[in-house]
Design a protein around this ligand. Structure first.
Ligand SMILES: NC(=O)C1=CN([C@@H]2O[C@H](COP(=O)(O)OP(=O)(O)OC[C@H]3O[C@@H](n4cnc5c(N)ncnc54)[C@H](O)[C@@H]3O)[C@@H](O)[C@H]2O)C=CC1
Ligand SMILES: O=C(O)C1=N[C@H](C(=O)O)C[C@H](O)C1
Length: 266
């Protein structure tokens, strides 16, 4: 297979570490640089807990792109940094694979327009895990028949964004097939703010943050005399890596922005 030149932003994070391992495990992936918050000018091998790779560390994404000329950026940082990085990547002709969550629908529309103007592929993946993608597809199917639905997403307590990108995407997929409707009692009142969660077209989203969790979501449907639960659990972050690999390989073939791996997994 043809070698792919890759930069990872956020290599010292939970996901970044797994992604660096993926680079080592995948023969045609060539990690040409990493983007870190600090350690400019060092080698990856000099950073705590990193493998002995002779890969340069940059803090400025523009300098990194100019000096290392990558084909793909894998971004696993924070919503704030991810926003900056995706724009920089598109400006420099580097194809972004964004694992970083927190993009709004308006941002995605604008970014898609930018990719199409530049004729360059990009992927925003709210969840790289195949089980999570299936969970979202199954939820979308169920929502056609059982429109009363609430989402409970559960994550580790270091997560910055709420609701999760996966929960937002799940709600969007269900909204495509379900009429907007008020759920619960029409006269319902919250006596404590937030008790009924976030809301998208009447669907409620509840975000739970606890130490000990990784990434979990349950989509709970209710109808007369019955409930249906569709649940996915990421037990560890290795669950995301096959999706990262597929995204890197696929983004090279795209000329627009793809939001969600359900579009590239048949
Ligand atoms: N799409 C998916 O399947 C998944 C997405 N995520 C998302 O990926 C992102 C990262 O998640 P984790 O690894 O758990 O977080 P983390 O907090 O463990 O790691 C983030 C890393 O990014 C670094 N960082 C932040 N801003 C930076 C910048 N400007 N330049 C360079 N490095 C920067 C931080 O220093 C940290 O080391 C989050 O947005 C999370 O929601 C996480 C798991 C799966
Ligand atoms: O922050 C995380 O951990 C995760 N973020 C993604 C999200 O917001 O949905 C994917 C997965 O749930 C893990």
């Amino acid at each position: 297979m043809k070698e792919i030149k890759i930069v990872i932003a956020g290599p010292r994070g939970n996901m970044g570490r797994e992604a660096v391992q993926l680079m080592q495990d995948t023969e045609h992936f060539n990690l040409v640089a990493v983007i870190d918050r600090k350690h400019e000018g060092k080698k990856l091998s000099e950073l705590d807990g990193m493998p002995p790779l002779d890969v340069p560390v940059y803090t400025e994404i523009e300098t990194c792109f100019t000096e290392t000329q990558p084909e793909v950026l894998i971004d696993l940082t924070s919503p704030e940094s991810g926003r900056k990085h995706i724009h920089a990547a598109l400006e420099y002709g580097v194809r972004p694979v964004m694992g970083t969550t927190g993009f709004t629908q308006e941002e995605i529309i604008q970014l898609r327009q930018k990719t199409e103007e530049k004729g360059i592929g990009a992927i925003i993946a709210p969840n790289f895990a195949i089980g999570a993608i299936l969970m979202m597809k199954f939820a979308q199917t169920a929502a056609r028949y059982m429109p009363d639905v609430e989402i409970m997403e559960m994550h580790h307590d270091r997560k910055l964004d709420a609701p999760s990108g996966t929960a937002y995407k799940t709600a969007q997929l269900m909204a495509e097939v379900r009429e907007a409707k008020i759920q619960g009692h029409q006269d319902e009142e919250e006596t404590m703010e937030g008790a009924r969660g976030a809301e998208l077209e009447g669907m409620r989203i509840h975000s739970i943050r606890l130490p000990g969790l990784v990434a979990h979501q349950e989509v709970l449907f209710g109808g007369p005399g019955q409930t249906l639960s569709i649940r996915h659990d990421s037990i560890n972050r290795a669950s995301f890596m096959p999706g990262v690999r597929l995204s890197v390989e696929t983004v090279l073939t795209l000329d627009t922005l793809v939001y969600g791996l359900e579009h590239i997994i048949e």
